[in-house]
Design a protein around this ligand. Structure first.
Ligand SMILES: [Zn+2]
Length: 364
């Protein structure tokens, strides 16, 4: 089997060495047909595992059934859909050596998952969003793929941005110039909701609703919002606690919240409750940050994590990676609990596209 697409997103030139059959009459198949056409090549046939298509035509090209493939084993076969392993059994053995697929299992040797360390990953096509290309890579096209770890469920960008690239991305994050630059590529991007009081209030209330059944707020004497911007999202219920934020942005914190500028500073306090919200999806080394967080917990401390849940990667064959380079699942959050001996008090995926988890550090 061969890659259908190269790392830079172009079609594998080897596909053009023979006449081409496109397997799959769905959207991906049509897309591929038109893509080939644009390159001056007309596919010879379509093929589909659904026999109702057999004998019909698509774009004037005949549709074969799977059983007919055995008459065409000297053609190249391009699998134009996502879950291609399901049909591998239908392809004649002889034809597999000239089969091209969008992504490959256990591709190019084994690779360890950046989070759980297991070597059970699949690969998918992906590219960085134009805004990221300009801001992070100064306009130079950086190839990447989407990796999916089947052990912990994490999806992540294969290319891990270097420290200086991340710094470029978050320099003056969401200030006027940043928003201006981003709107050029994403006109729908607004800064508004990040300053709106109502948004802030709702976010805090939703956190409380989730954690209240498990937490006695009076007993919480120290709270840290790790990566928490100005501390504006620390819920008001923590009124018996000293409130801190660890954040590298250097933003002035809101009244009543103390800013910690280094991880070492945050190690000097014994934390009862730590929040980590919408941070891990941005980081090149999420494991390192999780380890830092774990180190800050003592027996019975709580750790509340909030992350976006993004499902769109299942819907497209070429995923656009925006400022999030890691995509977590509930299964990933459970695995983190297992890895670090944290008790999961609650974990929930909400239909607004959020995952919430409340961990507690177990004794011993
Ligand atoms: Zn993993």
């Amino acid at each position: 089997m061969h890659h259908l697409y190269m790392a830079d997103g172009t079609i594998n030139p080897k596909l053009f060495n023979k006449k081409i059959i496109i397997y799959g009459c769905g959207n991906d198949g049509k897309k591929l047909f038109l893509q080939l056409k644009e390159l001056g090549t007309c596919a010879a046939y379509f093929c589909d595992s659904n026999d109702k298509f057999c004998g019909k035509r698509l774009y004037g090209v005949s549709i074969l059934s799977c059983t007919q493939l055995s008459d065409y084993t000297d053609y190249n076969l391009a699998l134009a859909f996502h879950q291609y392993p399901q049909v591998l059994g239908k392809i004649p053995e002889k034809m597999k050596q000239n089969t091209f697929a969008d992504f490959l299992f256990q591709h190019e040797g084994k690779r360890k998952c950046i989070l759980c360390g297991q070597e059970d990953c699949t690969y998918d096509k992906a590219h960085f969003a134009p805004f990221l290309t300009e801001r992070m890579f100064l306009g130079k096209k950086q190839a990447t793929r989407l990796i999916h770890c089947r052990n912990c469920g994490l999806y992540y960008s294969d290319y891990r941005p270097a420290e200086h690239e991340i710094a470029r991305l978050y320099d003056c994050y969401r200030n006027e110039m940043y928003v201006e630059q981003r709107k050029k590529y994403e006109p729908e991007y607004f800064n508004e909701k990040f300053s709106k009081e109502q948004y802030c209030k709702e976010r805090k209330e939703s956190i409380i609703k989730f954690i209240a059944p498990y937490v006695n707020f009076e007993a919480i004497k120290t709270v840290l919002d790790y990566g928490g911007d100005k501390g504006q999202y620390i819920p008001n219920e923590f009124c018996h606690a000293d409130k801190y934020v660890y954040d590298i942005s250097g933003n002035q914190t809101i009244e009543g919240v103390t800013l910690l500028r280094t991880v070492d500073d945050s190690k000097r306090v014994k934390w009862d409750f730590i929040l980590c919200m919408h941070l891990l999806e941005h980081l090149s080394e999420p494991l390192k940050t999780i380890e830092n967080l774990i180190e800050l917990l003592h027996d019975n401390s709580y750790l509340y994590v909030e992350l976006p849940k993004q499902d769109y990667m299942h819907q497209y064959s070429d995923v656009e990676i925006n400022e999030h380079i890691n995509f977590f699942r509930e299964s990933t959050m459970r695995k983190i609990g297992e890895m670090f001996n944290l008790k999961i008090l609650d974990v929930k995926t909400e239909n607004v596209g959020l995952i919430r988890v409340l961990y507690q550090k177990s004794k011993g």
